[in-house]
Design a protein around this ligand. Structure first.
Ligand SMILES: NC(=O)c1ccc[n+]([C@@H]2O[C@H](COP(=O)([O-])OP(=O)(O)OC[C@H]3O[C@@H](n4cnc5c(N)ncnc54)[C@H](O)[C@@H]3O)[C@@H](O)[C@H]2O)c1
Length: 328
């Protein structure tokens, strides 16, 4: 059966999601919304109707699901409108600006019995997914180091709004926080240092390094920000376990290479998953969850927890203190 989908937000990532949705068999994008009418000119509508008012889209269209790619402060409203009409929700990371918005999104989706999936594409990149399946044979996690730096974005705009998204730690490093939770579980406490090296007019850090202690005793260092250069930037995740070592690497957001060395084996196994950045895989997964009535791999709770790590990192930077997440 075909899923009729509405897309909310036609910015940089909304357009990528539109192309991705149109590649998936059984998915029909019937409506698109952007609050800036000009954005309709950036896309080919095909059989989709464009709506400038969000409410019009929900009043006039028959849809099974929505995909939300607006700025994080505007993720709650379309989630509420969709859930109230029994539509499933896929929402881009970061899930929202505040944990309180996350709670409202989780509550309204649960009450209306619709799926809520948060777009943490890294979990679906084949290298990460393969590494995750090896956890049972790797034994106890010891420590990890994750380098995840973005380049300097031209106009920081909404990404550095003290009342909004609260900078690159929330907007971008949240991917790395989610991945570390995916492998090591919940964070117990963290300490972070950060600074604004390239955006002197913001109080929010454009660079941050944090050390996290996980509930299971593992530790991780995570570094990111937006001081790199698009020409050379890369991500690199090095994880040490009792029985083996896992290395995932590639250009930023292209973690295609995987090396696993089991300590009792002479040679590592190497994999290259060229082209798998997780975006196509995560969108397919969302529709599979709808069809098969399964819980998505990235839930609202995962979205909220990753946001809480980001906000705790900012708090730690601003107060120069260790922040506990144990009670959150
Ligand atoms: N998963 C990923 O790899 C990935 C990559 C990039 C962006 N994203 C996420 O997608 C969402 C949109 O990001 P983007 O990069 O497409 O942003 P963008 O600036 O290109 O587009 C912003 C979108 O939000 C809307 N908007 C509402 N109020 C706005 C305002 N005050 N200023 C600017 N835009 C406003 C715009 O109409 C547009 O639809 C964010 O949640 C972002 O974190 C995810």
């Amino acid at each position: 059966m075909t899923s009729r989908v509405g897309l909310v937000g036609l910015g940089y990532f909304g357009k990528i999601l539109l192309d991705t949705l149109r590649e998936i068999p059984g998915v029909d994008v019937v409506a698109v919304h952007d609050r800036f009418p000009d954005r309709a000119n950036d896309i080919t509508l095909l059989n989709a109707h464009f709506h400038n008012r969000l409410e019009d889209m929900f009043e006039q269209e028959t849809m099974d699901a929505v995909v939300i790619a607006e700025i994080p402060g505007y993720h709650l409203q379309p989630t509420q409108l969709a859930a109230a009409k029994g539509m499933h929700v896929y929402c881009e990371k970061p899930m929202a600006n505040t944990p309180s918005d996350c709670d409202k999104m989780i509550e309204v989706c649960a009450r209306n019995r619709v799926k809520l999936m948060i777009g943490f594409k890294h979990r679906f990149a084949k290298a990460m997914a393969y590494a995750k399946r090896q956890l049972p044979r790797l034994g106890r996690p010891y420590w990890a180091m994750y380098t995840y730096p973005l380049w300097k974005v031209d106009d920081p705009g909404w990404k550095f709004d003290e009342k909004g998204t609260r900078g690159i730690v929330v907007e971008n490093m949240v991917h790395a926080f989610d991945i570390m939770r995916y492998f090591f579980g919940d964070v117990r406490s963290l300490y972070a240092e950060g600074d604004h090296f390239v955006y002197p007019n913001t109080t929010l850090p454009d660079s941050a390094i944090l050390v996290a202690r996980f509930e299971n005793g593992a530790i991780a260092g995570i570094g990111g920000g937006c001081t790199s250069e698009q020409r050379v930037t890369r991500e690199y995740l090095d994880m040490h376990f009792e029985k083996g070592i896992v290395q995932v690497s590639g250009k930023l957001d292209q973690p295609y290479n995987l090396r696993i060395l089991m300590r009792d084996e002479p040679l590592p196994e190497d994999h290259s998953f060229e082209g798998s950045d997780g975006v196509r895989e995560e969108i397919k997964h969302f529709f599979e969850c709808i069809r098969e009535d399964k819980e998505p791999l990235c839930t609202g709770s995962d979205g909220k927890k990753a946001l809480e790590i980001a906000l705790a990192a900012i708090e730690s930077i601003q107060k120069h203190t260790i922040v506990s997440l144990a009670s959150r």
